[in-house]
Design a protein around this ligand. Structure first.
Ligand code: CA
Length: 230
């Protein structure tokens, strides 16, 4: 199976650095210089599993590219490439559909570890995946199709959101630390920050809670992490 990754970056030196390292790590890399080009290449290459999106671009920016990808595709893994000068709270707030972000400059090891983690997540069904369902009213999680329903209505989740949801539903009532969630969902070799857990939980709450301001399904355990139910 080819492991196809899209890299959208307008600065050719950074793009070259990413391409060399991901190619070395066994990926087939599709390159784009503009957001418009990236969207076109994604349409042509339906088997791209992970996309790395720079934010500051000459045409439409990386956030807009991300939004347009997510409008039709919830399964592709998306990593935003951010600059250290960018205000992180603003970035995470705008990361409406991304699974992760990497801050430039990054090391080859960090880059490939992050892509590997997401690739595993977005890479389809692991062999050990058991067919079945976890039902906890009003939710029904189908572990074969990796889908979620609330009151019989499909809730569209990204692969990362699905993995978090599954972890919660397999551990009802148990307080899960942010570290545990990061380890299980992103993998132990993940280099990222704990904040990515909060970013994804915030988004998941918007999708599954009756009122995301007053969550009753995913509750916060202050100074520790999160819990499914009370
Ligand atoms: Ca740029």
């Amino acid at each position: 199976m080819t492991k196809k990754v899209l890299v959208l970056e307008d600065e050719s030196s950074i793009r070259g650095f990413i391409v060399i390292n991901l190619t070395r790590a066994g990926y087939e890399v599709i390159e784009a210089e503009t957001g418009e080009e990236a969207l076109e290449l994604l349409q042509k290459n339906g088997d791209i599993r992970v996309a790395l999106l720079d934010i500051m671009l000459p045409g439409i920016d990386g956030f807009e590219v991300c939004r347009r990808i997510r409008a039709t595709n919830s399964s592709i893994g998306i990593i935003m490439l951010t600059a250290r000068s960018q205000e992180m709270d603003k970035v995470t707030g705008l990361m409406t559909g991304a699974d992760d972000y990497v801050t430039k400059p990054f090391s080859p090891a960090e880059l490939t570890a992050r892509v590997d983690a997401l690739f595993r997540r977005a890479g389809g069904t692991p062999a050990a995946e058991q067919a079945g369902e976890i039902v906890q009213a009003p939710f029904r999680l189908n572990t074969r199709n990796r889908t979620l329903e609330k009151n019989g209505q499909r809730v569209k989740l990204t692969q990362v959101e699905y993995a978090i949801m599954r972890m919660f539903m397999e551990n009802p009532g148990k307080a899960l630390s942010r570290e545990e969630i990061l380890d299980q969902v992103w993998g132990r070799d993940y280099f990222g920050e704990l904040k990515i857990v909060d970013v994804n939980i915030r988004r998941l709450r918007l999708k599954i809670e009756d009122n995301a301001q007053n969550p009753t399904y995913i509750t916060t355990v202050w100074g520790y992490g999160y819990k499914w139910g009370f």
